[in-house]
Structure formats: C-alpha cells, structure tokens
Design a binder for this molecule. Structure first.
Ligand code: NAP
Length: 308
C-alpha cells in the first residue's frame, strides 16, 4: 500500500512536540498539508481553514485533528464528509454524543475513525495489564498531580467549558485504568474543585468501585509544585503494584518489572495505519464517559481564583 497522505489540523504544542517527529519516522505516512489559523510546518503547504485545505488538496487521505476538544467535532465531520480517515487527539470531543455521531458517520462512509489515547501506549501499560490479570486486586489508587503553570501555560481553552480543566491530564490516567483493569469500574462519588474565576476544575477526587465492590480512587490536582506525580497504585494478592511516571515504569513491591523509553506517539501512528489498512475504527469512550459521570455526580466546591 502506498503511504497515507496525511494532513494536520491545529498546529500547536502537541503537534510540534509529538506528532511531527512521529510522522516523520513512519513510512506509512506522508505529511502533505496543514490547516491552522496561525501555525505552519516548514516545507508543508499550509491553509488557515480545513475547508480551504480539503478543497485545494484532494489527494489527502487522512487528517489528524489536534485542536482543543471543543472544536474537534466540526472539523471531524467535515473531514469524514469529504471521505478522509480521521485521527483525533484526546479527548476525542467535548461531549459523548458528538463522538457517537462521528462514529456513525465513519461507519456509514466506510472510513476509519481513531479516538486516540496516547497514555495507553506508555511503555509499561501492557505489562501492568498482564500483571493485574494474574492476581487478585484489592484496591486501586491513582495519583495524578501536576503543576498547571508548567504544563499548560496560558492555555485559555483548557479552563473554558468543554476544556475539562484538570481532567485534561486526568483523562490520561483514566485511559490507562480502563485498559489495565480486568473489570469495569463505575463512579460512586466525586468532589470537583473549581477556581471561582474558571469554568473547569483545578482538582478532582473520584471514588469508583467495580461489580465485586473493589474500590478505586483517583486524585487529580493541578496545584502540585515540586515533584510531579503520574502514578497508579494497586494493592494485590501478589504485592503492591506501582505503574509510575505516566505508565512508563512498573514495579511490584519495589522490584522493577518493566521500564522502557517513551514511544507513545510513534505507537499511535502505527495503530492508525493499522486500522486504516484493516478498514476499521478504534473508538473507546470509557475514559470520557468517566469524566462525564464526574461532572454529573460530583459535588462542586468553589476554591481560590486561578491566574496564570
Ligand atoms: P494548543 O497548542 O493550545 O492548541 C493546538 C492548536 O489548536 C493551537 O495552536 C491553535 O492553532 C488551535 N486552536 C486553539 N484554539 C482554537 C480554537 N478556538 N479554534 C480552532 N483552533 C484552535 O494545545 P495542545 O497542547 O497542542 O493540545 C491540543 C490537543 O492535544 C488537546 O486536546 C490536548 O488535550 C491534546 N494533548 C496535548 C498534550 C500536551 O502536552 N500539550 C499532550 C497530549 C495531548 P491555530 O491558532 O494555528 O489555529
């Protein structure tokens, strides 16, 4: 099969940090155009709107949508309607219903839709999944605490409705948890802390259980200075499992079981090529569903205003 002619929409931080190097290394993709109001990529023809790009470059086969989630549906709908396969950055949309709508459109058109969850491709995630499948799990505790000023400086969209606030990183933890636990969990209670001047939470404390009553807790906080935490702990019959550093390092009772260099975005593009070739979609909305449940069930607490 000849390479997939790819276009990127929304050229910003994650495109420069991860998408461009991963695409450049993957012979299955040929980056031929971008659409972004301000961003461009050296040596690639650029447009300021997706409509202009789709009109001018009919040989585009697929688009990667890397703008904030509040603007993803419209672009995805246009791309699928124009017959293009679609890769969506996480979170795949601003609502569950709009992503279901895109899934139906992709199926109707015979196109591939990829709701990507990059953290699921962190190095030690599969090893953690195998470990948990082999033992009894007594409890799970997610600690995902980072400094928003360091990781999301001046990103206004992230604080607006639909930007998800602390769930923007927190959904990465949920994407791992929903992949590695052998049984589904569901939310039983939550507290969301909203800065008094913002429409999205700065912290969340979520309590889940599964059908057997096994508890899981997730603490997300954007006010962490100093050491950053992206860790998942599980108390099990075989000892304490720690999936640390965003899913890249696995230990059991302190003994290192698996660790490897980060390869998340190269793996995402390998997966996208695979589903395009196979004529499939890959859309798992479990992480976004848990976030929606938190907004539905969570108590709201107003906290000190946040200024960048
Ligand atoms: P970003 O740099 O703030 O935004 C990406 C680009 O989207 C911007 O450069 C902008 O390009 C375009 N954009 C911004 N506001 C827009 C609007 N109102 N309408 C249309 N386009 C708009 O954000 P990012 O950090 O790259 O994140 C983008 C997506 O990737 C998010 O869903 C995020 O969760 C996900 N992600 C981010 C990271 C990370 O570390 N940053 C990691 C993994 C995933 P133009 O101004 O040129 O249009």
């Amino acid at each position: 099969m000849s390479p997939i002619n790819l276009a990127i929409v929304g050229v910003g931080k994650i495109v420069r940090d991860q998408h461009l190097p991963s695409i450049a290394k993957n012979p299955d993709f040929n980056l031929i155009a971008t659409a972004s109001r301000n961003g461009t990529v050296d040596g690639v023809q650029s447009f300021t709107t997706i409509d202009a790009m789709l009109d001018a470059v009919p040989e585009i086969d697929a688009v990667s949508l890397c703008m904030p989630p509040q603007y993803r549906y419209e672009a995805a709908h246009k791309a699928l309607s124009a017959g293009k396969h679609v890769f969506m950055e996480k979170p795949p949309g601003a609502t569950l219903s709009e992503v279901h709508d895109l899934e139906a459109l992709a199926a109707e058109k015979g196109l591939s839709l990829f709701a990507s969850w990059h953290s699921r491709y962190a190095a030690a995630v599969e090893a953690a999944k195998s470990f948990l499948a082999s033992t009894r799990i007594d409890s799970v505790h997610v600690v995902w605490k980072e400094d928003v000023r360091q990781w999301h400086p001046n990103q206004d969209w992230i604080w607006q409705a639909g930007g998800l606030g602390v769930f923007d990183p927190g959904i990465n933890a949920l994407s791992i948890v929903t992949h590695i636990l052998p049984k589904a969990i569901f939310l039983t209670s939550a507290t969301l802390e909203f800065p008094e001047n913002r429409d999205a939470p700065i912290a969340a404390d979520l309590h889940f259980k599964n059908a057997d009553g096994v508890p899981a807790r997730a603490e997300f906080d954007w006010r962490q200075t100093g050491k950053q935490s992206w860790d998942i702990f599980a108390e099990t019959a075989a000892g304490q499992m720690v999936l640390a550093e965003g899913g890249s390092k696995l230990t059991v009772d302190g003994e290192l079981k698996f660790s490897a260099p980060e390869e998340e975005y190269p793996a995402l593009y390998r997966r996208f090529a695979e589903i395009v070739k196979a004529g499939q979609s890959d859309v798992d909305l479990a992480p976004l569903r848990h976030v929606a449940d938190a907004f539905m069930l969570g108590k709201r607490k107003s906290v000190e205003a946040f200024h960048d």
